[in-house]
Design a protein around this ligand. Structure first.
Ligand SMILES: Cc1cc2nc3c(=O)[nH]c(=O)nc-3n(C[C@H](O)[C@H](O)[C@H](O)COP(=O)(O)O)c2cc1C
Length: 240
C-alpha cells in the first residue's frame, strides 16, 4: 500500500503526531510511506487564473515546480491522509492553498480516476474548538475529488503542542485510532465509492452528456465515463 500524508503545517506538533500514530498502526514493512509538509512542498497561493479549469492543469503556473510531483504522489497513494491544526476555526492557509489548486479535480470538472478507489483520512487538532469545521474543509475537497471512502478524526487537545497533551488524551487518541485502523483495513482491495459519490458522479455525467465545457466534456468522453466505463472499476496498475 502507498500511504501519502500531506500535513497542513511544517510543525511536527499534535496534528502531525496523531497522523504519525495512525501510520504506525496501519503501515507494514512493505508499504511505502511519504510525508509532505506545507507550505514547503507546495508554497504557492492559487492565483485564480482558472487556466487549470478552462484549459489544462499543466497550464498552472505552479505545475512544473510543485503540482506535477504532488499530483503524481496523490494519484499513486492508496491511502491519503490530510492533516491540519485548527487555525482560526479552519484549515491552515497552506492546506487551503493546496486544496485551491485542485479545483479542476472537482467532479464537475476532471476528477482523477484513481480517487474512486482510494481511502482518505482527514485529521485535525485544536486547542479548543473548530475541529468540525476544519475537518469539513478537507473532507469536502476529498469528496468532490471522488474519494471512495473518507474518514475524519479530530481531537481538542487543550494544548498548543504535543508535549502539553495529557497522557489520558494520548491514550484516548491511541484507542480511537486503533478503531479507525480496523475500518481502513477492512477489505482494502475492495474499496468502492459509496452511494453519495456514485450519485454525484452520475449527476456530473448527465451534465457532461448534455455538454458543459469542451475541456471537461472531452475528458469525461476520453475516460469512457460517458459510455460504459466507470472509474471505480478495477483500474490497470499503470493507471493507479
Ligand atoms: C494561528 C493559530 C490559530 C489557532 N486557532 C485556533 C482555533 O481557532 N481554535 C482552537 O481551538 N485552537 C486554535 N489554535 C490552537 C491549535 O489549533 C492547537 O494548539 C493545535 O492542536 C495545534 O496543532 P499543532 O501542534 O499540530 O500545530 C490556533 C493556533 C494557532 C497557531
Amino acid at each position: 500500500m502507498n500511504i501519502l500524508m500531506i500535513n497542513g503545517t511544517m510543525r511536527k506538533g499534535s496534528t502531525y503526531h496523531v497522523g504519525k500514530m495512525l501510520i504506525d498502526k496501519i503501515a507494514t514493512k512493505e508499504d511505502q510511506v511519504i510525508e509532505l509538509f506545507l507550505p514547503k512542498d507546495m508554497p504557492e497561493f492559487c492565483r485564480g487564473c482558472g487556466r487549470c479549469i478552462m484549459e489544462d492543469e499543466t497550464k498552472c503556473f505552479d505545475y512544473l515546480m510543485y503540482m506535477k510531483r504532488l499530483t503524481g504522489l496523490i494519484d499513486k497513494a492508496n491511502l491519503l491522509i490530510l492533516t491540519s491544526p485548527v487555525h482560526v476555526m479552519h484549515v491552515t492557509g497552506a492546506m487551503k492553498s493546496m486544496l485551491d489548486h485542485y479545483g479542476y479535480r472537482f467532479m464537475v470538472h476532471r476528477p482523477g480516476a484513481s480517487m474512486f478507489r482510494k481511502q482518505a483520512v482527514c485529521i485535525a487538532t485544536a486547542a479548543g474548538g473548530g475541529v468540525r469545521s476544519t475537518l469539513k474543509d478537507m473532507k469536502i475537497s476529498l469528496q468532490f475529488w471522488g474519494a471512495a471512502r473518507v474518514y475524519t478524526y479530530g481531537m481538542s487537545v487543550a494544548s498548543l503542542g504535543w508535549d502539553g497533551v495529557s497522557a489520558d488524551k494520548k491514550e484516548r487518541i491511541d484507542r480511537d485510532l486503533s478503531k479507525l485502523v480496523l475500518k481502513i483495513s477492512k477489505d482494502p482491495d475492495g474499496v468502492n465509492p459509496g452511494i453519495k459519490t456514485r450519485a454525484l458522479f452520475y449527476i456530473m455525467r448527465s451534465f457532461h452528456k448534455k455538454g458543459m465545457s469542451p475541456v471537461d466534456d472531452n475528458y469525461w468522453k476520453e475516460m469512457g465515463w460517458l459510455g460504459k466505463e466507470r472509474p471505480w472499476k478495477l483500474l490497470k496498475k499503470e493507471e493507479l
